[in-house]
Design a protein around this ligand. Structure first.
Ligand code: TRP
Length: 338
């Protein structure tokens, strides 16, 4: 697609899984809101990674609903389908096709070392399927198909971008330059929003404890209640400290929600207690999420529009993907379809 090839802007690709009913505040602040900001400086592709989601069992009707909700969330976060290519992974068969080829250039040993595989296979001991194991090759395909330069991800996905880079390097070494080598791009702010209940752990959408996570569709009452219950410490001072993971996390959240620096936040709450601070955090997050939540709700009532966005996105993505895929097929010796 000329609009991407001719400009010299770097190419950004990222994906988010539609598993779990909705995103958390962490996904919103750390991921999709940054993706929207990146549209100004880069040529971006953003994908709903539904093929990745079936590595863990899903209820089909829910997966379908969540896929639409994920798409709506990308749009509501400010990703503009005119500017960026927004699509659903399974709509572009080239992902699965390239993943198979890359499987054959990815080593058993490499995949065995992936932290997420070890983690997820211990959590899903009754379903350690081959897809869970080869997931990084599919993710490498997602990235390499579009010759992405930068891949914005959370810290937990950095290893997967690194293996994509290794696979690309190996393939290029064997067949000549085919893939651009991608780099992980970890946003400086809000990259890690921690659990409100166990602030040593990342806020996770699959956490069974409702009070541990703020979901993007939570209403004001839920949000205020969850902040009120957030775990803090016995120092009683709104100040960051190494042994204060709870307060550190609340300061991060408040500073991201209000645009103030952590120093300004500390100054604002000097001499005030945790009760006041938690209330302020709740109010700031309510205001941050309100327009987002309302827009997702509106978009979810408009399936036709979401389908149009998905169709246009898939078409633009596929055109780019097929260029890389056909190059790869030629290099490995596949006979072109006559
Ligand atoms: N594996 C990522 C996650 O679970 C989602 C993902 C799929 C992705 N394909 C990608 C992220 C390509 C970046 C690039 O969060």
């Amino acid at each position: 697609m000329p609009e991407i090839a001719e400009e010299k802007k770097k190419i950004v690709l990222s994906g988010i899984q539609p598993s779990g009913d909705q995103f958390t505040l962490g996904n919103y602040i750390g991921a999709i809101r940054n993706w929207a900001l990146m549209q100004e400086s880069f040529d971006c592709l953003y994908m709903v990674a539904n093929e990745h989601s079936i590595t863990v069992r899903q209820v089909p009707a829910k997966l379908r609903e969540n896929t639409y909700r994920a798409l709506a969330s990308l749009l509501a976060a400010g990703i503009d389908p005119q500017k960026s290519i927004v699509f659903i992974q399974s709509h572009v068969p080239a992902h699965a096709e390239l993943a198979w080829i890359l499987d054959c250039y990815t080593m058993f040993g490499e995949l065995s070392r992936m932290t997420q595989f070890k983690d997820k296979s211990s959590k899903n001991a009754d379903n350690i399927n081959a897809g869970l194991f080869t997931y990084p090759a599919l993710m490498a395909a997602d990235i390499l198909l579009y010759q992405a330069d930068l891949v914005p991800v959370g810290a937990d996905q950095k290893q997967h971008v690194e293996i994509a880079r290794d696979i690309a390097g190996r393939f290029n070494g064997l067949y000549g330059n085919t893939f651009r080598l991608p780099e992980p791009y970890i946003p400086a702010v809000g990259a890690k929003i921690m659990s409100l209940a166990e602030p040593e752990r990342k806020m996770s959408k699959s956490d069974a404890n409702e009070n541990a996570k703020i979901l993007v569709m939570d209403g004001p009452d839920d949000i205020m209640r969850k902040f009120k219950r957030a775990v803090t410490d016995s120092y009683g001072e709104v100040k960051r400290g190494e042994d204060k993971p709870g307060i550190n996390n609340l300061i991060t959240i408040y500073s991201v929600a209000t645009g103030k620096t952590p120093e300004q936040v500390e100054a604002e709450f000097e001499g005030k207690g945790y009760g006041d601070f938690k209330r302020a955090c709740g109010e700031a997050v309510v205001e941050l999420l309100r327009p987002f939540r309302e827009q997702v709700e509106d978009l979810m009532k408009n399936r036709d529009y979401l389908d149009q966005v998905a169709a246009a996105g898939a078409e633009r993505a596929e055109r780019l993907a097929l260029r890389t895929l056909s190059k790869v097929q030629k290099k490995v010796g596949f006979v072109p379809r006559p």
